[in-house]
Design a protein around this ligand. Structure first.
Ligand SMILES: Cc1cc2nc3c(=O)[nH]c(=O)nc-3n(C[C@H](O)[C@H](O)[C@H](O)COP(=O)(O)OP(=O)(O)OC[C@H]3O[C@@H](n4cnc5c(N)ncnc54)[C@H](O)[C@@H]3O)c2cc1C
Length: 326
């Protein structure tokens, strides 16, 4: 088996997602160690113009362009990636642990008979062996997993797991033509867009999350205001989303999104496992809760035991003052 690594580039609304640049940076670091090639696979409709953005990171940009790939579909995208992995034989295929990644990669794994490690947060190569960091049991244990050296491996990583550093390569652009035939049993009816002007929750560097302790949807206004000051994104617990206080696209947790921001501020969030398992890799966690025994404090780097309706206005004032001072 070769030593090349393939990165699946994910696009959203005509742009390459930030998480793909993280994977390209990490992939380049690994292939530098292995003295091998990094391949990027970009699938979509009219995506050739995006190749320039990723050429500095790797040796080859493989483009699969066509109207049939306009929107993500499991059938055409799995066909395309299967073709690429068979033709170029990378030993490792990496992608993001996003909604698309969670749908696509298990299918590809079954097609090509690979080993699959999902939702990882780190990777190293020690003495030629892959060591993959993966939180388990809702983040209570960090495991290091090593696939068999004979296996082809597919790994998905949580967004925000790696930093981005632009390289100075000039990757060769290769266009591949694949005759992917969409499964006639399904067709796309329409796509309902969420509030697309917001930063993607999974890619946000700063998140301020409201739980049931916020008491009322109106009270999320102060979270939005604080988010505006620090350039954060507002998230929510499932209790909040189930109460229709916030849209589902804001939900963090097992049945929502997995996040790994630089800063997570939980306001009136109890810290139930179904929530914390999807934010436990945040770099810094601040919890505001009036119950000193709230589970969220077990994950917090900084904890404030107080009524959030006292804390949030004071926090907003301080942040505004700090911003003015520059
Ligand atoms: C299969 C399954 C999937 C699930 N998926 C998810 C998921 O994706 N995401 C998710 O979040 N949950 C999920 N849950 C639900 C999860 O188990 C919890 O019920 C939920 O996270 C609780 O939300 P909460 O912390 O906002 O509310 P609560 O548990 O009600 O906590 C509210 C907190 O606010 C504090 N509080 C109240 N008033 C104030 C105040 N004035 N000032 C300061 N603090 C205050 C309280 O002390 C309390 O700790 C799932 C559950 C199941 C069974």
């Amino acid at each position: 088996m070769g030593k090349d690594i393939c990165v699946f580039i994910e696009c959203k609304e005509g742009k390459i997602r930030k998480t793909s640049f993280e994977l390209l940076t990490k992939g380049r670091e690994l292939t530098d160690k292995l003295l091998s090639n990094l391949l990027a696979v970009l699938i979509g409709d009219n995506v050739i113009n995006l190749a320039e953005d990723i050429r500095p990171y790797e040796e080859k940009v493989i483009i699969i362009d066509g109207e049939v790939y306009k929107d993500y579909r499991w059938d055409t995208y799995t066909d395309a990636l299967e073709f690429i992995t068979k033709k170029y034989s990378p030993f490792l295929i990496i992608g993001a642990s996003t909604i698309t990644g969670k749908d696509l990669f298990p299918r590809l794994t079954a097609r090509i008979g690979a080993a699959f490690i999902s939702d990882a947060t780190g990777i190293e190569i020690i003495d030629g062996e892959l060591k993959v960091k993966k939180p388990i049991y809702g983040g209570k244990i960090i495991s290091w997993v090593s696939p068999k050296s004979t296996d082809k491996v597919i790994i998905t990583f949580r967004p925000n797991s790696f930093s981005i550093e632009k390289g100075n390569r000039t990757g060769e652009v290769i266009e591949e033509k694949i005759n992917a035939v969409p499964d006639k049993r399904m067709h796309l009816v329409n796509i309902t867009k969420g509030q697309s002007e917001k930063v993607d929750l999974q890619e946000a560097d700063f998140i301020i999350c409201g739980g049931r302790g916020m008491k009322d949807p109106e009270n999320f206004k102060i979270l939005e205001e604080i988010a505006d000051i620090i350039g954060a994104r507002v998230g929510a617990s499932r209790a909040v989303v189930d109460s229709k206080w916030r849209d589902y696209e804001d939900q963090i947790g097992k049945s929502g999104k997995t996040v790994s921001p630089k800063l997570y501020i939980g306001c009136g969030v109890s810290g139930a496992l179904h929530h914390t398992m999807s934010m436990d890799t945040s770099k810094v966690v601040v919890a505001i809760n009036k119950d000193p025994n709230a589970l969220i404090f077990q994950y917090a780097d900084y904890g404030i035991v107080d009524d959030l309706f006292n804390v949030l206005p004071a926090l907003k004032e301080e942040l505004m003052a700090a911003k003015k001072e520059g």
